[in-house]
Write a new protein. Structure first.
Length: 249
């Protein structure tokens, strides 16, 4: 049986470089994040358009959200690892039967950390009502502005036994630090807009405020490698900041 793939997403490398993994049991998304609609293609769509069509010939379009049996049954690493469950999809669009299958395997592997990330984290509430939630699931929400930060924290807050995080990628505006609730989130990831479409890099002042807030509240902060910052018109790369939260026991 083949093993799930290594991930090139930096924040999955919690256990060391190239020790993160992607488990793409579901592929595709109906969110419609394209250059025409939001100014950029999501990386999952870009992957599908450039390479995924050969890997998943059963899918005609990225919107054809599909369960990939051959990926679902792949083996997990033997050593404790961070596993990104839905790198090529959004769990919001997965039917309940897929979620049942996901939980069935996760419950068999308490040694790993399984990460789910959604642009519509309200879906997590339906899981809480129907499932025993394993503590080795980390719940994430992708936020693009301050309104989403305020709303999505509320969706994450009930999962007190799980690690909860916000992914601000791409960060395209200053998000007032007063909007962040230290009691609701355990981790923040920030990144730039460097893929296809218009490039955008945040002000160094925005990033500095987030850094100070996280340090004061002891919240780990992770800089993605595409986080170039704009200082007086000059694009420069910040000091790497690779931080992860402690695993909850």
């Amino acid at each position: 049986m083949s093993r799930i793939s290594n991930s090139n997403i930096e924040w999955t490398w919690m256990y060391g470089k190239n020790r993160g993994f992607s488990w793409n049991m579901g592929v595709g998304c109906k969110g419609g994040c394209t250059i025409e609609t939001v100014g950029f293609n999501c990386y999952a769509r870009e992957y599908f358009e450039t390479r995924g069509k050969n890997s998943y010939p059963e899918m005609k379009n990225f919107e054809d959200v599909s369960f990939i049996e051959k990926n679902y049954v792949k083996s997990f690493p033997k050593q404790p690892s961070m596993i990104f469950v839905n790198a090529l999809s959004d769990v919001f669009y997965w039917p309940p039967a897929w979620i049942e299958k996901m939980f069935a395997r996760i419950l068999q592997h308490p040694e790993h950390i399984f990460v789910v990330l959604s642009k519509k984290p309200v879906i997590y509430q339906s899981w809480k009502d129907c499932h025993e939630i394993p503590e080795n699931i980390w719940f994430g929400a992708t936020c693009l502005d301050g309104n989403e930060v305020s709303t999505y924290q509320d969706h994450l807050f009930p999962f007190q036994n799980n690690t909860k995080f916000l992914s601000l990628e791409p960060i395209r505006e200053e998000i007032p630090v007063e909007l962040f609730d230290p009691e609701a989130i355990d981790w923040i990831i920030i990144g730039g807009q460097s893929g296809p479409g218009k490039k955008f890099y945040p002000s160094i002042a925005w990033v500095a405020k987030l850094v100070l807030f996280c340090e004061r509240n002891e919240i780990p902060l992770f800089f993605k490698d595409n986080l170039l910052i704009d200082a007086s018109g000059v694009i420069q790369k910040p000091t790497k900041r690779y931080q992860w939260p402690q695993v909850k026991k």
